[in-house]
Write a protein that binds this ligand. Structure first.
Ligand SMILES: Cc1cc2nc3c(=O)[nH]c(=O)nc-3n(C[C@H](O)[C@H](O)[C@H](O)COP(=O)(O)O)c2cc1C
Length: 187
């Protein structure tokens, strides 16, 4: 029997709010179709990159293993001044152990949800572009980018038209790409 693809969802917010709400919704949408694995960076101990970081006693070794073995990635990230928050940047920097191994990652896909307080033009595109550029550096192909506006009551973010329409599309597109790739339809 064919194994279901493992999708790593990385939630980049340092708080339990809109990004976590969206990340949990993505888990729900993936269940039964794939094996979703949610990583809430707010709950992880991740040291910043430094000389000798590969010997750091933190949560990164386990996370690197999850990253290495996932079939695809969804990063859900708030925009902080048009960039990912520091905890997500620390996570990204620590995956430098995979830099230069594009042949391992070029068979993988990613999608991005970028969340900000302001609509387009307020930095959410730049935030998504930072993350897309990171995936590109590892050889991972980015498919969908969804922009959402954070709410004071985080559960309300799921009522946004783009959340209702585009999150299911993002999941379907990711699964379709993985399937087509495994059948040789995407080179
Ligand atoms: C330090 C900081 C910087 C921010 N910068 C921006 C920004 O440049 N543009 C924007 O639209 N929202 C900005 N925001 C708002 C957050 O992106 C917004 O509150 C988002 O919902 C946070 O995600 P969360 O609810 O998952 O934590 C900023 C928030 C913080 C704390």
């Amino acid at each position: 029997m064919k194994e279901e693809p493992r999708i790593l969802i990385v939630c980049g917010s340092p708080r339990k709010a809109n990004s976590e709400m969206v990340s949990r919704k993505l888990v729900e949408l993936l269940e039964g179709k794939a094996v979703p694995e949610l990583v809430l960076l707010s709950e992880k101990n991740i040291q910043p990159w430094h000389e000798g970081h590969d010997k750091a006693k933190d949560d990164m070794p386990k996370l690197l293993e999850k990253f290495r073995t996932a079939s695809a990635y969804i990063f859900v990230s708030p925009s902080y001044f048009g960039m990912p928050p520091g905890i997500l940047k620390n996570f990204i920097d620590r995956t430098d152990v995979f830099f230069g191994q594009t042949s391992k990652f070029s068979k993988k896909f990613a999608s991005i949800v970028s969340i900000g307080a302001s609509p387009l033009g307020g930095g959410i595109e730049h935030n998504a572009e930072c993350i897309r550029s990171y995936f590109h550096a590892l050889g991972i192909r980015t498919l969908d980018i969804v922009y959402l506006i954070g709410k004071e009551k985080p559960e309300e973010i799921l009522k946004e038209k783009d959340a209702i329409e585009r999150l299911p599309q993002l999941v379907d597109n990711l699964l379709e790409a993985i399937k087509r790739f495994s059948e040789g339809g995407i080179k």
